[in-house]
Design a protein around this ligand. Structure first.
Ligand SMILES: [Zn+2]
Length: 315
């Protein structure tokens, strides 16, 4: 009984929650370039860079808050009433904008250029979780990172400097060393905001939310969180074989997963989906075309493309 009431309370809180607006916190000491979302290039449509605002329709929704009373003497009906509440909330959420966060990990790599071009050609916001060491792999990787930093449609975030040289169990064994690796990345690249993703770990720490998949990275995440970082994992992932451009999941399947997640009644952050991809997926024309086609479908669906520092956009 108590459990049900708590859940219901949670849903009511969802209704009452207001939009969270995160600020842009530029860091100093740029080496590879500088970036600000406020300074617009000639080709960018300014309207897409407007920060999320409280949706007009929500004012009327707030005025007509869904009133829900629990009949504690009749526990059978609680389940029915709870379902009705969920359904009515989902109907309200369906009237509101839906937000997708395209996130690309491990750049700059071969394939980063396609992501930069996509953001410009579709005029959508994207998120790059970068690994500073990869920018030392030659002038083209330096160019790729510089393009990210110069493009106001690309938010650049911290994915560590070395990616633990892909030996992640060792990397997370000493949390101070791992934390210092993130700080090295931060001091090397002018990030858009203090937002991080841990290599190989689907860990979330933001506001009062905390979700851990593999415990050995928790001390590292805690240090970053205490340092002021928001840490984000992902909801849905897509992989494409980098050399061939062949996806491990057909486009239709991953598209349906995104739509289903967006419409999930019990989603922790309704109407918000974080989508994980990797830069090296788009080094072939076939891979880049798949990404283009998927984005076209999402645009047709009316989704809004957002920066991670604004997650979650609530109503
Ligand atoms: Zn990674």
């Amino acid at each position: 009984m108590f459990k049900v009431s708590r859940e219901l309370f949670g849903y009511c809180i969802l209704v009452l929650a207001s939009v969270g607006l995160a600020s842009c916190n530029n860091l100093s000491s740029p080496v590879f370039g500088s970036q600000t979302h406020d300074s617009l290039g000639n080709k960018v449509d300014e309207s897409v860079l407007l920060r999320p605002r409280l949706h007009d329709k929500w004012d009327s929704l707030r005025r007509n808050l869904i009133v829900f009373t629990v009949d504690s003497l009749n526990p059978v009906s609680i389940k029915v009433q709870k379902q009705k509440l969920k359904d009515s909330l989902r109907r309200e959420y369906d009237k509101m904008p839906k937000h997708i966060y395209l996130t690309f990990d491990d750049g700059p790599l071969v394939g980063s250029k396609a992501i930069d071009s996509l953001a410009k050609s579709k005029n959508i916001k994207v998120n790059a979780f970068v690994v500073g060491r990869h920018a030392t792999f030659g002038k083209y990787r330096q160019r790729d990172l510089a393009q990210f930093l110069e493009n106001p449609l690309v938010a650049v975030y911290n994915h560590s400097y070395t990616h633990g040289f892909n030996r992640l169990t060792t990397f997370y064994r000493d949390s101070q060393v791992a934390f210092d690796d993130f700080k090295k990345n931060e001091s090397t690249i002018t990030m858009s905001s203090k937002v991080a993703r841990l290599p190989g770990r689907n860990i979330w720490m933001y506001d009062d939310e905390r979700k851990i998949d593999v415990a050995n990275a928790t001390p590292t995440a805690d240090l970053l969180y205490k340092d002021g970082y928001k840490i984000f994992g992902w909801d849905v992932e897509w992989r494409i074989v980098s050399q061939t451009g062949v996806p491990t999941l057909p486009l239709e399947t991953v598209y349906n997963r995104l739509v289903n997640f967006m419409n999930n009644k019990s989603s922790k952050e309704p109407n918000n989906v974080v989508f994980l991809m990797h830069d090296d997926m788009f080094q072939t024309k076939a891979g880049a075309k798949l990404l283009n086609d998927l984005v076209d479908k999402l645009i047709a669906q009316g989704y809004r493309f957002e920066f991670m520092e604004d997650y979650p956009i609530r109503y």
